[in-house]
Ligand binder design. Structure first.
Ligand SMILES: [Zn+2]
Length: 275
């Protein structure tokens, strides 16, 4: 006798977000996210919520004291991040490949959010900030910088409210990638001039062939490649210097002659056919 599946039967899976204790490896919390059901046979689909949880590898830990709603909010923002744009898609797979585990908090920090260099921790200041994918985008880029710069980026961070030399380098690089991905001019919006925004937009348009491509750079390649790289660095540093000289720029610091490692690595690895 052959068992025939009941045409109306379904297999349902309950999906949980699991929190482990970092030291002991013991599961300290599981929260129910949703269930998804596969109908066997020809039945119509169920009414379950289909929240994709494809990035939960990044969401393995939460600070103590977060409510289930807060954890769900962060998880939703991570899911959104996963496919938000070409750079977030690339970085999401980069961090999955390197098995990086982030820890997320909602706590009293200045600004919307902070990435804590060397710790893979991201703290949002409010529930609203935790729901914003553009804020997460900013902080995960800082995590990427932390991985790419030799010795990490703690040395270039704000320590006890004091911006260390290189802080402006790090924030400017973050602004450039945001502006490339979004066709914006965040680097010069609040404190820059119209002329600066126009020059900066022109540069980004050239760099990305009007947002249709990413450049590739090879500092030790053919003479033409070396020349292209040097032009990029010169232009980049000149905008960095303007960025750092804007009156009242909260990201001002002494600058360092740092190669913008993260953006170059992103350019050289992001799929050119990414849509
Ligand atoms: Zn920042």
């Amino acid at each position: 006798m052959t068992l025939q599946p009941d045409p109306n039967a379904s297999i349902c899976t309950d999906w949980y977000l699991t929190t482990w204790d970092a030291n002991s490896g013991i599961i300290v919390r599981e929260i129910f996210l949703y269930n998804s059901c596969e109908i066997i046979g020809n039945g119509s689909a169920g009414t379950s919520t289909t929240v994709k949880d494809s990035i939960n590898v990044l969401a393995k830990q939460f600070c103590d004291g977060l409510s289930e709603q807060q954890m769900q909010t962060i998880n939703n923002t991570l899911n959104e991040y996963n496919t938000y744009n070409c750079a977030t898609k690339y970085l999401s797979s980069y961090f999955k490949t390197s098995s990086t585990q982030f820890k997320f908090c909602i706590e009293n920090v200045s600004g919307n959010a902070q990435y804590h260099p060397g710790q893979n921790n991201i703290s949002f200041s409010t529930n609203y900030a935790a729901s914003r994918v553009d804020i997460l985008e900013h902080e995960i880029y800082h995590a990427y910088q932390d991985k790419l710069y030799p010795g990490g980026t703690l040395q270039y961070s704000r320590i006890n409210g004091v911006a260390q030399a290189g802080f402006a380098n790090i924030e400017f690089e973050q602004a450039v990638i945001t502006d490339i991905m979004h066709g914006s001019t965040t680097a010069f919006d609040t404190y820059g001039t119209l002329e600066q925004r126009e020059e900066y937009t022109k540069w980004i348009n050239e760099l990305t062939i009007l947002h249709t491509s990413f450049p590739r750079f090879n500092a030790t390649g053919t003479p033409a490649e070396v020349a292209a790289y040097n032009i990029f660095i010169t232009k980049y540093n000149s905008f960095l210097s303007e960025f750092n000289s804007m009156p009242n720029n909260p990201y001002h610091s002494n600058t360092l002659n740092l190669v913008p490692q993260a953006i170059i690595n992103l350019f050289n690895n992001i799929p050119l056919n990414c849509q």
